[in-house]
Design a protein around this ligand. Structure first.
Ligand code: AMP
Ligand code: ZN
Length: 111
């Protein structure tokens, strides 16, 4: 399994930083963003280290599929239905963690 020893999301995947998981599948995990900017703000992260979504798509389409599929499942469970799925790509676009991840955001949190 590809991993970067200094990467915070690799540490979460490995269980070295404990973060309650909201859901997971064979290739991806989901947990709450530590600094939520919307009523629903969940991150979905592939288990393997890829620097961004383009590298993820090019090297492992099945992992990208697993990320989108888990995002849809999390949105159904935690949001009112509609949701935004954002992959910041590159520092100038606001990417701060260089392990591919999707932000699920929504104004409507399910009770
Ligand atoms: P980005 O700016 O797109 O790279 O998103 C990185 C996101 O990771 C930010 O929204 C951070 O708040 C979030 N984040 C950083 N560290 C953690 C952590 N330990 N647990 C949960 N979310 C985190
Ligand atoms: Zn990583």
């Amino acid at each position: 399994m590809a991993r970067d020893l200094d990467c915070i999301f690799c540490k979460i995947v490995a269980g070295e930083i404990s973060t309650p998981l909201l859901g997971s599948n064979e290739l991806a995990i989901a947990f709450r963003d530590i600094a939520p900017r919307k009523p629903v703000h969940i991150l979905v992260v592939p288990r393997e280290h890829h620097a961004n979504v383009v590298e993820l798509a090019e090297s492992s389409p099945e992992e990208l599929h697993a990320v989108v599929s888990l995002a849809n499942q999390m949105a159904k469970q935690f949001s009112g239905g509609s949701f935004r799925l954002t992959f910041n790509t590159g520092a100038e676009a606001g990417q701060t963690v260089f392990h591919a991840h999707a932000h699920i955001t929504s104004e409507t949190a399910k009770a």
